[in-house]
Design a protein around this ligand. Structure first.
Ligand code: NDP
Length: 493
């Protein structure tokens, strides 16, 4: 590929750092050959009789087989949830519900290493991310919502909050445990029961979570976990649930919205994004480079709020690009279980093909590609950290969600132009602003059509902070007090 600039052509060369391998042991994980569905508090064989393999994307080895829930299985799970709702959970005092959430949170902390290793094996994300971000945040969500369970009247004064009923919750493969926590914790704190459907490629930590629910002695049927592919998700959405909570692609989100239109089911959608990460000329450049790298290469770029469009003010374009390229050369791509790894495996063959297709479109449309020269493992699904310059607003790589480690770089001259370019997207999930001026941060934040605006940082999450989108990024908020609302009937609302 003639456009490909490689490390060899750049100078000065970065000293070659040799890292000794530091693999996290897999010993702590105990895998079954085959998993049933978690319905009514027990693991049961699927009525469908069907199973799907789940593989390690770093090695392509099959880790286990999981059940593929059919319509009958979905109905059984929903009726187990309905029964649990009607026979006790809805009427349990908030402080009693809170005890279960605290127990789950503590068990997640105690078993964090086991969960982190399994998350990295099944999904391909670097162990240092699953260990330091996904698992601590998942536990923090349960702790946080446990605190709300007995204070709902204070959260919504004068509005008699009551639970909705049974929630059908469909989650994606990029943050399996964290998304499970984002869905389950507020639902349980508010007195709802649920049926959770993890993604086809990353079902194992949700099944391990089911074991934790047993350990916490959560009443049978309050949470049910059904595995399967898209058809299972579609069957859950169409079933007798009272509320649907979905995180995933905009395409499937629209399909779900059409399916349940007119049914009276409540809906929250957390969909795709194409966030602008905007760097002004007065920004601290080294700090910004770290934020840009974290914004797009965190979790291989499989992040709905990833800073995938970098907008750089013209005077600093060259020095920033230079620093960014130098930094890319130090990123370590490879074994997700190695504690040195910065960029792990792409989650699936299908996702790798999607990234490759969009990157090829970027080259065809005339953008200039840069990838550091790094060795990739022979087996598994991998993609080098990638930058594109010479990108225009009309390029597919500037408009479509790539969901991979690919950054499109554009420039701007004035703050108004930055606002216009940043908002020129069908999405509106997040944005980042880098500048030393507090007044400019506020000016920009007011104008960004995005649910979250980070200032001089990127990809920071906290259970107390609401998260969600505008436009094609969806609606409804998860996290914080706002995250309780989608799970409650509020009189007077
Ligand atoms: P999907 O939106 O298909 O997957 C999200 C979840 O929805 C999964 O559990 C999936 O099941 C399930 N699902 C699929 N079809 C249906 C349906 N008709 N009704 C109900 N549930 C359904 O994402 P993909 O995995 O296909 O990824 C495609 C693209 O979506 C990615 O390339 C990326 O751009 C984007 N994406 C965005 C995410 C975000 O958080 N914004 C998260 C994931 C993907 P199953 O996995 O079993 O098919």
């Amino acid at each position: 590929m003639s456009e490909l600039e490689t490390t060899q052509e750049r100078s000065p060369a970065v000293p070659a750092w040799e890292y000794a391998e530091a693999p996290e042991s897999k010993e702590i994980v105990r895998l079954e050959d085959r998993y049933g569905l978690f319905i009514g508090g027990d693991f049961v064989e699927p009525k469908s009789g069907k199973y799907l393999p789940t593989i390690d994307p770093a090695t392509e080895e099959t880790l286990a087989e999981v059940s593929e829930a059919g319509t009958e299985d979905v109905e059984l799970a929903v009726s187990a949830a309905r029964n649990a709702f009607d026979t006790g959970w809805r009427d349990l005092p908030g402080k009693e519900r809170a005890k279960y959430l605290y127990r789950i949170a503590r068990a997640l902390q105690e078993r964090a290493r086991e969960f982190s290793v399994l998350e990295s094996m099944d999904g391909g994300k670097p162990i240092k991310e699953s260990r330091d971000i996904d698992l601590p945040l998942a536990a923090a969500h349960f702790f946080y919502y446990a605190g709300w369970a007995d204070k709902l009247e204070y959260a919504f004064p004068g509005r008699s909050p009551s639970p909705i009923g049974v929630a059908g919750q469909v989650i994606p493969w990029n943050f399996p445990m964290l998304m499970a926590a984002w869905k389950l914790a507020p639902a349980l704190a508010t007195g709802n029961t649920t049926v959770l459907k993890p993604a086809e490629t990353t079902p194992l930590t949700a099944l391990l979570l089911a074991e934790v629910l047993q350990q916490a002695e959560l009443p049978a049927g309050v949470v049910n976990v059904i595995t399967g592919a898209g058809e299972t998700g579609a069957a859950l959405v169409a079933s007798d649930v009272d509320k649907v909570a979905f995180t995933g692609s905009t395409e499937v989100g629209k399909l779900i919205q059409r399916t349940i239109a007119g049914s009276g089911k409540r809906l929250t959608l957390e969909l795709g994004g194409k966030a602008a990460n905007i760097v002004f000329e007065d920004a601290p450049l080294d700090q910004a480079v770290e934020g840009i790298v974290n914004g797009i290469f965190f979790n291989q770029g499989h992040v709905c709020c990833a800073g995938s469009r970098l907008l750089v003010q013209e005077p600093i374009f060259e020095p920033l690009l230079d620093k960014l390229k130098t930094r890319l050369e130090t990123l370590r791509v490879g074994d997700p279980l190695d504690k040195n790894t910065d960029v792990g495996a792409i989650n699936s063959q299908a996702q790798l093909e999607k990234i490759e297709e969009l990157v090829a479109a970027g080259v065809d449309e005339g953008a200039e590609i840069y990838q550091p020269a790094c060795d990739l493992p022979a087996r598994g699904f991998w993609f080098r950290p990638t930058l594109f310059t010479g990108v225009s607003q009309s390029h597919r790589i500037a408009r479509e969600e790539i969901f991979g480690p690919v950054l499109s770089i554009l420039t701007f001259r004035t703050p108004d132009e930055a606002v216009e370019k940043a908002n020129n997207t069908p999405y509106g999930l997040s944005a980042g602003v880098w500048t030393e001026k507090g007044s400019r941060i506020l000016w920009m934040a007011e104008r960004m059509k995005a649910g979250v605006v980070w200032a001089n940082t990127f990809n920071r999450f906290d259970p107390t902070s609401p998260f969600g989108g505008y436009k094609e990024s969806g609606f409804g908020r998860e996290g914080g007090l706002h995250g309780l609302e989608p799970y409650l009937e509020l009189n007077g609302s």
